[in-house]
Design a protein around this ligand. Structure first.
Ligand code: NAG
Ligand code: NAG
Ligand code: NAG
Ligand code: NAG
Ligand code: NAG
Ligand code: NAG
Ligand code: NAG
Length: 684
């Protein structure tokens, strides 16, 4: 900078002093090119017209489109620079593919994606750095998936993210008409939407509307925001998106950005833009006269169907209104069933149809639409009220989509005024594992117990890793594992623990939710449920199934302490259910292996507990294939070590040098007696 300019700046008015040293502004009106845009990962420019396309149909990719060079994000005194940006975007599903995952407008310190993951992490952060203040990442997410782990409000929201995918503020996507009436906009409808983001140095506004509409006066999000230390130095600015198992395309049609002229958004062309709505093109591709006629016929048919559909819908709507259904409720999946049908199915909740109860809920057997179902009726405590219920239902709606052979499927739900909530599940012919363990008439034999353990492990693996977002069960126990008619064990009641905190056997302080005896020590202490606390409950479950003994029994040591004791004396096999010992049909090596898995899962240090994936591998396969070995990398070496000690009982000298496992082991701050029991892991 020439000296004269610097001197001029020094003498300028105070207002000038606080102005950015160098301001930047640019406009892309569908003129993205490979030279004026930095394309990372799956991002490409598709022309004509030249549109930034962040993702394609490939699963688990990250795509970023950024301004080609870093721009100044803070002033010389390190205070974040104000900015205003506006862009037109389209998020549209692919034909015959389940749609998922959103995108974000971002400020990033670096363009490379090594610290980011795909799917629900939006190509922005990864599992370990999420929430880390040293990330220096600011974003505004437009997300179409409800991720429990990030406290997402629903599956169609806009959120302000600072160094974390747990938004500091978020709102359902949409706009306020005339300053008050809210209209939701479905982000992944394929429609073109315009978004405006304005940051004045201490507060942020996020606004959106259909492209071509005027900017709504009232912003969707309007919150104070301190970006000191986040917007710092020179940074990349642009867009990031990701696909997971679910895919959809994310397109940016035009974009303006400025940190001096807040009206630059007006320079965007918002009309006559291409449309990316998914349509059934087979009809529109047809050529010629015959095609013309068939289109005509089709249109007529569509009209007729439309009228019929409308009439049916209208009738249904009226019926729903009768039931007091609010609009949002019909959005949820699985679908709402009618209370009167449930009444009919259970013969008015007749006592003779009751198959179980606990706390504030009762379970009835019934027949709905010709299929046998289990109906769970949960009384809503007035304290929680409707707000708590709709929150819970949002969760049920995402849980309802879970499908796995070791998970009890949710078929529907309904609500009766403010009194109770009704969940309809698949009927499980053979009752709960709890009943099968402690009722001698129908007691499970060893083979069946092994199968139950394997099934539950794979059901939990699905909850933790198989679905797009991590789902915590929060209340694994023998009474929540049910057996279907083929004796497959299925995990039920996931997520319900939150709502059932009046159950008498539940320990419930302000935040802690779970069942006494199954709760990990750190859960009791902090109230924070995690994958590791689920693994702990699974460990107790395994021990309970193998020992045929409840986790807590009056006047006896808890099952975990008791088993640790046996292990220290090298007598784990003695813990086996006495009734099985009498019958004598079990594999002693298998008993030993399962006991050790159980014990490892209830390790007091959550970091030492295995992941469900590792448990499943040990249970399902004696050996791992070479492919898996490569894929799983380090984890396998830990697994191999565990396995060699479990299965072969041999000690391998090289183990002693394994950093991860031994580091963790040695740093675990537990009693010596505990550490001496390392023999179970390292072999003898
Ligand atoms: C895109 O086109 C606009 C004119 O509509 C022009 O002002 C702008 O500089 C172009 N942007 C880039 C990045 O080339
Ligand atoms: C989609 O993006 C991926 C990752 O960049 C790339 O390898 C693949 O070829 C692209 N697929 C299509 C159909 O363009
Ligand atoms: C996440 O990113 C950080 C850098 O921010 C990196 O150190 C870490 O290894 C990454 N974690 C994973 C699991 O990829
Ligand atoms: C946000 O919008 C409100 C209401 O229109 C306005 O008063 C305020 O100045 C805006 N703030 C920013 C940071 O643009
Ligand atoms: C930024 O906007 C907020 C309202 O959105 C206002 O309260 C605040 O004073 C503004 N800050 C500056 C520096 O203009
Ligand atoms: C903003 O945050 C920084 C550090 O993160 C802090 O020093 C500063 O006081 C905060 N400013 C306001 C206005 O809260
Ligand atoms: C800000 O941008 C608008 C829209 O392009 C333009 O009309 C206006 O002249 C600009 N103002 C300044 C001060 O550059």
């Amino acid at each position: 900078m020439p000296r004269a300019t610097s001197i001029f700046l020094l003498f300028a008015t105070s207002q000038l002093l606080f102005r950015p040293i160098s301001s930047i502004d640019f406009v892309y009106n569908s003129n993205f090119t490979t030279t004026n845009t930095l394309l990372v990962g799956s991002a490409t420019v598709v022309s004509p017209p030249s549109i930034l396309t962040l993702t394609n149909e490939t699963t688990s990719t990250i795509g970023r489109g950024l301004y080609p060079s870093r721009i100044p994000a803070s002033s010389s005194s390190s205070s974040p620079l104000p900015f205003a940006t506006s862009f037109i975007f389209s998020v549209s599903p692919f034909k015959n593919r389940l749609p998922g995952h959103g995108f974000a407008f971002v400020f990033l310190p670096s363009s490379d994606t090594s610290a980011a993951e795909s799917a629900q992490h939006l190509g922005l952060l990864n599992l370990t750095n999420n929430g880390d203040p040293s990330n220096r990442i600011f974003g505004v997410e437009f997300d179409v998936f409800s991720n429990q782990e990030f406290n997402d409000i629903n599956d169609n929201h806009v959120g302000v993210d600072v160094n974390s995918l747990t938004s500091v503020s978020s709102s359902v996507a949409g706009f306020y008409r005339d300053g008050s009436q809210f209209t939701e906009l479905r982000l992944n409808s394929g429609d073109n939407y315009q978004a405006w983001i304005e940051f004045n140095g201490s507060a942020i506004n996020v606004t959106m509307a259909r492209a071509g509409s005027l900017k709504p006066v009232r912003p969707l999000i309007n919150v104070p925001l301190n970006l000191t230390g986040v917007l710092l130095g020179d940074m990349f600015v642009g867009f990031t998106a990701a696909t997971g198992l679910l895919v959809q395309s994310h397109r940016i049609l035009s974009w303006s950005f400025s940190n001096s002229n807040f009206s630059l958004a007006d320079a965007l062309i918002t009309r006559n833009l291409p449309s990316f709505k998914l349509r059934d093109d087979s009809v529109f591709n047809s050529k010629g006269f015959i095609a013309g006629i068939s289109v005509g016929a089709f249109v007529l048919l569509v009209c007729v169907i439309g009228v019929v559909f409308y009439a049916v819908r209208r009738r249904r709507r009226l019926r729903l209104e009768e039931d007091g259904v609010e609009d949002w409720e019909t959005e949820y999946w699985p679908h709402r069933v009618q209370y009167r049908n449930v009444l009919e199915a259970t013969k008015g909740f007749a006592e003779e149809n009751m198959i179980g109860y606990g706390g504030n809920s009762k379970v009835y057997r019934g027949v709905l639409e010709g299929k046998e179902v289990a109906v769970k009726r949960i009384a809503i405590s007035p304290r929680e009220g409707v707000a708590g219920t709709s929150e819970f239902l949002a969760e049920v709606s995402s849980l309802g989509r879970l499908r796995h052979k070791n998970i009890v499927g949710l078929r529907g739900w309904c609500k009766k005024g403010g009194e109770c909530l009704i969940l309809v599940y698949e009927y499980m012919e053979n009752g709960s594992v709890d009943k099968r363990l402690f009722d001698c008439d129908v007691m499970l034999d060893w083979e069946e117990r092994m199968r139950v353990i394997r099934d539950v492990a794979s059901g939990m693996l699905y909850l933790h890793e198989g679905w797009e977002s991590k789902v915590l069960h929060r209340d694994i126990k023998t009474s929540n594992v049910l057996l279907d008619k083929d004796m497959n064990a299925r995990v039920g009641d996931f997520g319900l623990a939150k709502l059932q905190n009046t159950n008498k056997e539940m320990v419930s302080t302000t935040h802690v939710v779970g069942t006494a005896g199954y709760m990990a020590p750190e859960l009791v202490k902090t109230g924070r449920a995690s994958v590791e606390t689920d693994v702990y409950s699974f460990g107790v479950f395994v021990l309970e199934v193998v020992c045929g003994r409840r986790p807590i029994e009056e006047g006896r040591e808890g099952i975990v302490e008791w088993m640790w004791g046996l292990m220290e004396r090298d007598q784990v096999v003695d813990g086996l259910d006495e009734r099985l010992k009498v019958r004598g049909r079990f594999e002693i090596k298998e008993v030993e292996m399962v006991m050790r898995i159980g014990l490892l899962c209830v390790h007091p240090d959550p970091r030492v507990r295995p992941k469900m994936r590792q448990v499943v591998h040990i249970l399902e396969q004696g050996r791992l294939s070479d492919d898996e070995r490569e894929r799983e990398g380090m984890e396998v070496s830990l697994l191999e070590r565990m396995k060699s000690s479990y299965l072969l009982g041999t000690s391998d000298g090289r183990q002693q040098q394994h950093p991860t496992f031994l580091d963790v082991w040695n740093s675990s701050s537990h009693s010596n007696s505990f550490r001496s029991s390392s023999s179970i892991f390292l072999g003898r």
